[in-house]
Design a protein around this ligand. Structure first.
Ligand SMILES: O=P(O)(O)OC[C@H]1O[C@H](OP(=O)(O)OP(=O)(O)O)[C@H](O)[C@@H]1O
Ligand code: HPA
Length: 189
């Protein structure tokens, strides 16, 4: 496998300098708590597998998990399209899930539904493993008409956001910015 070397911080810094807060930590927390209640309502007795899509969903999944008060198991997979950049590339599988998904209720957790190719691909993979059910949970859904399937939506959506590049709360630009506690919007990208 080739080693991906991201651009330096000098490339990220100008975007960071002009970024504006789209959602602050308190707003994010309220959204995550609401999603947790919806999942508790629907998955209380289903013992789901939470399949976290690395790396972007790391922060979202971590925060969401602390609010889920029912039995579940955690797994992850790593699929990447953007490789840190603002434009998508070929979809690449880096890590497959470890748990057997056959006959399980699977919740695919991702930070963002943008064009939707990533989620569609993972959902198809999960179904091909013989899962009993598969539903996606996304923190945010970027609203535009370039979805992989017309009118595509996740089963659970935290918040709709404008058609602009965002970073923070796990999302990156050039692999930087994931640790920002707010969701930041960059108008120029
Ligand atoms: O809806 P799409 O247009 O397919 O894009 C959404 C995907 O893009 C980002 O991942 P990325 O490929 O950047 O990898 P990362 O999670 O490691 O940042 C994000 O975390 C989603 O998984
Ligand atoms: O707007 C975005 N920001 C960061 N990562 C992304 N992956 C898809 N869309 C985005």
């Amino acid at each position: 496998m080739s080693v991906f070397i991201p651009l330096s911080y000098d490339h990220f810094a100008p975007a960071e300098a002009q970024a504006k807060v789209l959602l602050g930590p308190e707003q994010i927390n309220a959204i995550v708590r609401r999603l947790a209640l919806e999942l508790e309502r629907d998955y209380q007795d289903k013992h789901p597998v939470l399949l976290t899509v690395m790396s972007g969903a790391l922060v979202f999944a971590g925060q969401l998990m602390t609010h889920l008060r029912f039995p579940l198991q955690l797994d992850y997979c790593h699929v990447t399209r953007y490789r840190g950049a603002a434009r998508a590339d070929e979809l690449q599988w880096l890590v497959s899930p470890r748990l057997a998904l056959k006959d399980r209720h699977v919740l695919v957790l991702d930070d963002i539904l943008d064009e939707g190719h990533t989620l569609l691909h993972i959902e198809r993979f999960v179904q091909a493993q013989g899962a009993r059910s598969c539903a996606s949970v996304v923190f945010c859904d970027k609203r535009h008409d370039r979805k992989a399937e017309k009118d595509m939506r996740a089963a659970y959506t935290g918040v709709d956001i404008p058609d602009r590049f965002v970073f923070g709360f796990g999302l990156d630009y050039l692999e930087y910015g994931r640790n920002c506690p707010a969701l930041m919007i960059v108008e120029s990208l």
